[in-house]
Design a protein around this ligand. Structure first.
Ligand SMILES: [Zn+2]
Length: 122
């Protein structure tokens, strides 16, 4: 069961589509995908399309040499649906990513990444 949930999710990401789950028993949203709701233990999880907007909860800059791609942002993002995920913020210098920054999700090469919600002038 769990493996098929993850496979379905990854297949949608490869198509450029971002889904999260919502528990129809307790109404909590769930991410990363799983077979059972972590809030109530129920198995009535339904796929839903998130709004895609969220807020940076924590941000870290991974220092890398320019020849290795330069500094890399790693952030925890709270989606407006109430789930938290680890990703990175593109379209903005790594050092400019800050807690509270509003961001928007995008799917790139099967990965959920984020960009500043206002387009990058934050
Ligand atoms: Zn639940």
């Amino acid at each position: 069961m769990n493996e098929s949930v993850l496979a379905w999710h990854q297949a949608r990401l490869q198509e450029g589509k971002f889904f999260i789950q919502r528990c129809s028993a307790c109404a909590h949203h769930v991410y990363f995908p799983r077979a059972f709701c972590p809030h109530c233990g129920g198995d009535a999880l339904e796929w839903t399309t998130p709004a895609g907007t969220g807020t940076v909860y924590a941000a870290t800059t991974v220092r890398r040499k320019p020849t290795e791609g330069g500094d890399l942002n790693v952030s925890l993002i709270d989606l407006d649906e109430g789930v938290r995920l680890m990703s990175r913020i593109d379209g903005i210098a790594a050092d400019d990513v800050h807690i509270g920054l509003r961001v928007r999700a995008k799917v790139v090469d099967g990965l959920v990444l984020f960009a500043p919600a206002d387009g990058g002038s934050a």
